[in-house]
Design a protein around this ligand. Structure first.
Ligand code: FAD
Length: 261
């Protein structure tokens, strides 16, 4: 069930190169949220900008009733959000969307995040660890400093990193790192989020390895609840696809069903 809530900011700080970690008091969301879902956030304190901005749920603390978002400042909405201070209230709508649904039988799971695509994967890793699955996290970023936006050290997972400039871990793409590691790791399921180009290459790699899994898509979003249809993507098979709404039918889809444009 989704809620519209005015959530108190518990902490809001800069992490990594140019990201912010925002912790909100949102007990109802913390109880209801599933990994891969998102909040639709009113970034300024007013109705301007009119449209909310979608941000993935990065982490959840059900006991304390806290929800954490991780975001990069890229434009007006996120710049307004970055100016909000602890103690202020942020209006959110959520949790929204269809999250990740790893089948119980799959026990060796690879989570692959490119850039801020890492955001939904911490919450997912936490849930998979609770279910005693073996979790490998592949985190790709432009530089070592950017890797600092997400902290997986709190969880018993295997973390492998890749940077475009070679300043940490594998030099090159996170998909390249996954390709190199897959033989050793022998994953039986994959969850991924990141830029379209990265996800497209990854899904063709998954097809080659005959690996099932899901990807979280990002499209410009309007209402966030399925009404305006502006975030549509193509789901199905080439030549036999249908438009699906990223906000309401996704943002998580079976990797094999995404028709990349
Ligand atoms: C389901 C979902 C979950 C998301 N989760 C996160 C998250 O956890 N952390 C995070 O940092 N970002 C996330 N995003 C992207 C985030 O919503 C956008 O960066 C944000 O809306 C930009 O708002 P703005 O007003 O700052 O920028 P705008 O002024 O609206 O745009 C600035 C630039 O960003 C580009 N842009 C804006 N929105 C998107 C988008 N959805 N996809 C690709 N490019 C975009 C624009 O084309 C433009 O170049 C998510 C998007 C979706 C759809």
């Amino acid at each position: 069930m989704s809620h519209v809530l005015n959530c108190k900011i518990i902490s809001h700080r800069r992490v990594g190169a140019d990201c912010r970690r925002l912790v909100l008091a949102a007990p109802q969301v913390a109880q209801a949220a599933r990994p891969g879902q998102f909040l639709h956030v009113r970034c300024g304190g007013t109705a301007d900008p009119l449209l909310r901005r979608p941000l993935s749920i990065h982490d959840v603390d059900q006991e304390q009733g806290l929800v954490t978002l991780l975001y990069r400042v890229v434009g007006r909405g996120t710049a307004l959000l970055a100016a909000r201070r602890s103690g202020e209230r942020v209006n959110v709508l959520g949790p929204l969307g269809r999250g990740f649904a790893p089948p119980p039988a799959h026990r060796r799971v690879a989570l692959i995040g490119g850039g801020l695509g890492i955001a939904p994967l911490l919450f997912l890793a936490r849930e998979l660890v609770k279910e005693e699955r073996e979790v490998w996290v592949f985190h790709g970023a432009r530089t070592a400093v950017e890797l600092g936006c997400a902290d997986f050290s709190v969880l018993p997972v295997q973390l492998l990193v890749a940077t475009d400039d070679g300043s940490a871990g594998h030099a090159g793409s996170v998909v390249g790192l996954f390709r190199e590691s897959a033989a050793k790791m022998r994953p039986d399921w994959v969850a991924a989020a990141g830029p379209h180009g990265m996800l497209r290459v990854l899904t063709s790699e998954m097809r080659r390895l005959d690996l099932p899994g899901e990807v979280s898509l990002e499209e410009r979003m309007g209402c966030g609840i399925g009404g305006c249809v502006c975030c549509s993507c193509r789901i199905g098979a080439p030549g036999n696809w249908q438009y699906r709404r990223v906000c309401a039918d996704g943002p998580v889809f079976a990797a094999a069903e995404v028709v990349w444009e």
